[in-house]
Design a protein around this ligand. Structure first.
Ligand code: KDG
Ligand code: MG
Length: 413
């Protein structure tokens, strides 16, 4: 059989998602996630205008060959747009193959290596009291790992801190539409001061350890904001609080920066949500500069290339920590869950639940229970897009914020 139809849809049930649908000549449908937060239409165009016609008539079973074809054909390799487009095709083809086999995808990847996937969730608060409340709620619900982000005295809204009222169900959602819900015209601006952050955070971790004991896995995201020497000092300062990981302590593109951090600290390091290929990790993995691979299946070429990347990482004792914020669609999330269930070097899975509206548009068969996710046993990825529900939510432009230092200069967000 061959690929007969390739369709791209952009829907916005609360936030934007780009979904690829591949239909074979015998009517099997596969879905892929191509969502690139804040730059969605560029991937939709890449797929519609440059990829779709080249797939028609190809054998849908030749997944590796199709991956290589799409990676090598344009000459212009890598980058988030290209690799998200390849990821969507790759996921859709794996979905089709597993549906044809009548198996959940994880069975084709070697079968389950564990019963379920330990997740970490996002706990945040503008101050310690509200952060403490959020962590308490999660711990009481059975969660064993929390990412903690908190406001910094003297700064306004910053990365990772939900503006939700206490008790609200959904986490921080950084991509912002205009205040009236229509398309935004430019990004919001936030203010940042690394010095204030470095002096405030160690005390927060100290209090969390005191209040929640040693069992709780505590994670934190530095979101690319520290210089190498600042990150080295911070990672060293917080060693006594035994973090599960410190994520993106320095800007992702500077691989050698992590040598300096490693020389000074044993705090485990995670990086890679902005990476797209194994080459972004080559130095980090072979020199054992990180402990967790943070790529999203959606942004790193799909299941085919993520499996190879994680197998490569396994040789060096490095584990997975697959990116799973709400800007990964339920299709991309399912891909992460099947892969995580199958590989031996699974570390932890990020889990930011999608909104109810999103889950009306994407029908999922993965399940969450007391701190663990399971991809489910439906054939394929186990996620179907309800196209008529999706059509009701038009694309609405939203931007990730930008960050300025207190003197007005641009900084990494
Ligand atoms: O689109 C940007 C988000 O995916 C990112 O800010 C989330 O850092 C993030 C995380 O660790 O989930
Ligand atoms: Mg992150």
């Amino acid at each position: 059989m061959t690929i007969e139809l390739v369709d791209v849809s952009v829907t916005s049930p609360g936030r934007n998602f780009v979904t690829l649908k591949i239909t074979t000549s015998d009517g099997v449908v596969g879905w892929g996630d191509a969502t690139l937060n804040g730059r969605e239409l560029s991937v939709a165009s890449y797929l519609r205008d440059h990829v779709a016609s080249t797939l028609i008539g190809r054998d849908e079973d030749r997944i590796e060959d199709t991956w290589q074809y799409l990676y090598r054909a344009p000459y212009w390799r890598r980058g988030p747009v290209t690799m998200a487009a390849i990821a969507a095709v790759d996921m859709a083809l794996w979905d089709i193959k597993a549906k044809k086999a009548g198996m959940p995808l994880y069975q084709l990847l070697g079968g389950a290596s564990r019963d379920a996937l330990r997740v970490y969730v996002h706990a945040s608060g503008a101050d310690y009291a509200s952060l403490h409340d959020a962590v308490t709620r999660y711990v009481e619900s059975g969660v064993t790992a929390v990412r903690v982000q908190t406001g910094i005295p003297g700064l306004g809204q910053i990365y990772g801190v939900a503006s939700n009222k206490p008790g609200a169900k959904y986490d921080y959602e950084p991509a912002k539409r205009a205040a009236d819900g229509s398309s935004a015209t430019r990004p919001a601006e936030e203010e940042w001061d690394t010095r204030k952050y470095l002096s405030h955070m160690p005390g927060v971790f100290a209090r969390l350890r005191e209040d929640f004991g040693t069992d709780l896995r505590i994670l934190h995201d530095g979101h690319h904001r520290m210089s190498p020497i600042e990150a080295a000092r911070f990672a060293k300062d917080i060693e006594p609080y035994d973090l599960f990981w410190l994520e993106d302590c320095t800007p992702g593109e500077d691989q050698s920066a992590l040598r300096l951090v490693r020389q000074h600290s044993t705090t485990p390091l995670a990086i890679g949500e902005v990476f797209n290929t194994v080459y972004d990790y080559q130095t980090l993995i072979t020199e054992r500069l990180i402990d967790y691979v943070r790529s999203a299946v959606t942004h790193t070429g799909g299941i085919t290339s993520m499996k190879k990347l994680l197998d490569f990482a396994a040789v060096y004792g490095i584990k997975s920590g697959i990116h799973g914020p709400t800007d990964i669609s339920p299709v991309g999330m399912a891909a992460a869950l099947h892969l995580g269930l199958a590989i031996h070097n699974f570390g932890i899975q990020e889990y930011m639940p999608h909104s109810e509206t999103t889950l009306e548009v994407f029908q999922t068969s993965y399940s969450y229970e007391r701190g663990y996710l399971h991809p489910g046993d439906a054939p394929g990825l186990g996620v179907e897009l309800d196209e008529s529900a999706a059509a009701a939510f038009e694309y609405t432009k939203a931007y990730l914020p930008v960050n300025r230092l207190t003197d007005g200069s641009m900084h990494d967000w």
